[in-house]
Write a protein that binds this ligand. Sequence first.
Ligand SMILES: [Zn+2]
Length: 671
Amino acid sequence: MKTLMKLIVSAVFFMQVITAQGTEKQKDYPVTPIPFTKVHINDAFWFLRMEINRKVTIPFAFKKCEETGRIDNFSKAAGIMEGKYEGIRYNDSDVFKVIEGASYSLSLHPDPKLEKYLDDLIAIIASAQEDDGYLYTARTIDPENPAPGAGDTRWSKLRGSHELYNVGHMYEAAVAYYLATGKDTFLDVAIKNADLLVKIFGPGKKHDIPGHQEIEIGLAKLYRVTGNEKYLNLAWFFLNERGKAHDGELYPESSRFALYNRTRHIQDHKPVLEQKEAVGHAVRAAYMYAGMADVAALTGNADYVKAIDRIWENVVSKKLYLTGGIGSRHEGEAFGDNYELPNLTAYSETCAAIGNVMWNHRLFLLHGDAKYLDVLERVLYNGLISGVSLSGDLFFYPNPLRSDGKFKFNQGALTRKPWFDCACCPGNLARFLPSIPGYVYAYKDNILYVNLFVSSHAKVKMANNTVTIKQETGYPWEGAIKITVNPERSEKFAIYVRVPGWAQNQPVPSDLYKYMKKSEEKASLKVNGNSVNLNMDKGFARIRRKWKKGDIIELNLPMSIRRVLCHEKVEDNRGKVAFERGPIVYCAEEIDNGENVHNLAVSDNVVLRSEYRKDLLGGVTVIHGKVLSFYRSKAGKAAFKKEQKFVAIPYYAWGHRGEGQMAVWLERSRD
Ligand SMILES: [Zn+2]
């Protein structure tokens, strides 16, 4: 397709979406997010992280892709370099993810040097593509001897080959690059590949599934940009094919493989509409649920919505860490049973956290309910950004809630590492961080949603008006949020300001966690200096009035320290307490508390204080107070109590000051 044609097609498609002309309107999410390119963040917390991602993580990840042969694999497949395939069969995907991140970064910060680097890299990728559109360097380099696990022939081992997973990331990257630069070089590669898949797979053609979901999200994005329904239909087809035992490999639940059951592992144990519990590999699952949400929104399929709603209930009430992490088992990187949430051996992969944000955001866009944003915010500020160091060049793959200073959870390490053989997480962070501004605002008809509290400004084109909105706040350390509203025309519409669950005595939208004491401090709201009642609607304070230029909303969230208790069924957390302040989950580290972190008991009655420490870990609010340090006898009885100082830091910042003990959940003393 020629560039001009494509631009016309996508322009028409976007106009249909934006102008919402009756029946002409393409089906989509009822709530529309304000894209990250239209939201300008100037906030101390996120701006810094995004700048480090742009200046350190993205170049660092490209360098690692070069050093580890990931980029050479494309050169070899293109025939411009000699040699064998290097690395694991899905390494192409890492390069695609970093290109996606770099493209997002280009959208926000034009950078000719980076654009030239991407152009050259995309030219190599295009040359590595086979004539009919196939792209999988693990096979193309030497089709007679493909990389281990790739399968002898094309599509012969889809459950493990990641052929379709890789190209799913390629579609996402190609769309990102196209939207950032207007250049169609990479999009052409994606379209040629997707056209091949449309020829191979579908009703009356090959019936099978991708062993690792991701292509569904990529195909939905390709559909949005091209307006070509065949890509959406293929995403739908792949989802509907799950649970049909194409190769007859259904293990019975009771078999010795029950713990790490391949069919459950890839969510292929039941048709997706019959799945009620989150099982198997957590990243696969989260990508699948996000893909199902996309297909539901773009086709209007209500059954898909019901299915993912049911699975969400299961995760939020039984399988979610306090940090927002999901997937508790190292074995199979998988969801555990209900309430199986161990702390020391928590897997809670960084990629699964990113998938959890993607999924919850889509559910918000479907339902307009802030409970999904409560989960999203919990993941974002805790178990997701813990995945990358403050310096931007060290990464956690798992994100446990406890460390004994011995159990090497991070692929042989006790702290963050620069890279991994299976390097899914660093590239995923590189692409996720620039997209954060896209989660802050949204609109639906004449409702403007303020979802997250981040100093920023954005221009929002609503159904009948254009509104410039500006936020000023010291969140997450301070609870005061000032929002200035500037509509082009003075008129009546609604602004929905999220009041987080944690500010309403509900840490998560379930009974999995609760605050030890209900706080009497309430969130409060003012408009132009006058207090207004909180008219709550699905977790948002609804302010419907005739807005005029310069109107000011002030939201005040109570930022007291909260003690959190866990559902009794979670064995590891019985008799324990955790600490939160605002959206931040805290932990105690050895460096601040000595080697006895796991034998510290916090009395219900002790006064804890918070203090902002500019000099510490890039500037954080710490919690401090007095606790009892004790020793356990062999019989498990606590003895020899002595008082000592206690300091807790935000969980996301742990592991920056050497190896050692850490705990989110501490012993609770009722003394
Ligand atoms: Zn990962």
